[in-house]
Design a protein around this ligand. Structure first.
Ligand SMILES: [Zn+2]
Length: 326
């Protein structure tokens, strides 16, 4: 018998017509270190929206955040981390179970403890299905062929986990369902910075509503806001972000989305008419010289339309009512 506070929410696999997958292929990927505080490094992908990573160094041990989309990316990431510190890498945190954050786990040795939320681990059940989901983001790169095992977390937690690296403490949090049901944040309290995986993004970049529930997502964000001392965060995808404007944008985005879809659902507007009826407000605009900038507006619109579809499915399922969101 297993009695747990909550089960995994299966993520939506439906996509709207014309959905554009983000390009997360390892081709051309470079992780550029950005020192946020002494021994606290954002490892930022040189091309948007490929996966960002992180490294936190203490006097005794170091911790890496997320592992890349293939074992090859994991090995490259380890090399980048070893250039930055001679402390032994003893911990690897996974912010989500998604393959672009976990397929590289196998590159880390047995002396490295992989840590994540219980719900992230519980979602790691079907490697072939996950490989199929992520293949659409590889854009022809053959690296997925190298993914033959899915290394699961060795240590899991429900709400909170503290790791002492020596002279520096790292906190792992799960605030409830967001992008997925197990979203994990890695907070470095003394640096007032967190790695947030897919839970948050820079203002103007829509999340992916894969767990379906836009209102539950806002509750999780508010719980985070009430708990963490945060000046900046490193998202799983996209640029480094000041916390306040991005958290505010995200809450407004999810509330507008839920209210907009709910209202039209009650009016009987068909799904195909919703995509054009709810605009993406204040999308992030990149300087044209940024690698990946050419496809970026279409990608943001595509993520927004996906959220309209998934909010529509969710609100249809739970039954639309005027009072609920009003
Ligand atoms: Zn991702």
């Amino acid at each position: 018998m297993h009695c747990w506070p909550a089960p995994v929410v299966p993520e939506a696999t439906e996509r709207q017509p014309g959905f554009m997958a983000p390009n997360l292929s390892p081709k051309g990927l470079r992780l550029l270190p950005h020192e946020l505080a002494d021994g606290v490094y954002a490892l930022m992908a040189n091309q948007l929206p490929k996966d960002n990573n992180g490294l936190v160094v203490g006097t005794r041990a170091a911790l890496v955040i997320d592992a890349g989309i293939t074992p090859g990316v994991g090995r490259y990431l380890l090399g980048v981390a070893r250039e930055l510190t001679d402390r032994p890498i003893r911990y690897l945190a996974n912010t989500t179970y998604h393959g672009d954050h976990t397929f590289g786990n196998v590159a880390f040795g047995d002396d490295v403890a992989v840590v994540s939320s219980r719900l992230n681990k519980a979602a790691m059940t079907d490697l072939e299905a996950e490989k199929r989901m992520r293949s659409e983001s590889m854009y022809g790169d053959p690296g997925m062929e190298e993914v033959v095992t899915w290394r699961e977390p060795d240590v899991v937690f429900d709400r909170f986990c503290e790791i002492d690296l020596g002279g520096r403490v790292v906190h792992l949090w799960h605030f409830g369902s967001g992008n997925g049901s197990g979203d994990t944040l890695v907070h470095v309290p003394d640096a007032r910075v967190a790695w947030v995986g897919n839970f948050l993004r820079r203002a103007g970049m829509p999340p992916m509503l894969l767990a379906g529930d836009p209102i539950g997502y806002t509750r999780s964000i508010r719980a985070m806001k009430a708990t963490l001392e945060l000046d900046r965060f490193v998202p799983g995808h996209g640029p480094l972000s000041d916390a306040e404007p991005s958290v505010s944008w995200m809450l407004a985005y999810l509330e507008d989305l839920a209210a907009g879809v709910d209202q039209r659902l009650r009016q009987g507007v068909p799904l195909e008419d919703l995509y054009g009826a709810i605009p993406l407000r204040d999308p992030l605009r990149l300087p044209p010289e940024t690698p990946g900038a050419d496809r970026f507006p279409a990608l943001m619109q595509s993520l927004h339309e996906l959220n309209i579809l998934l909010a529509y499915r969710y609100l249809t399922k739970i039954g639309s009512s005027g009072e609920r969101l009003g």
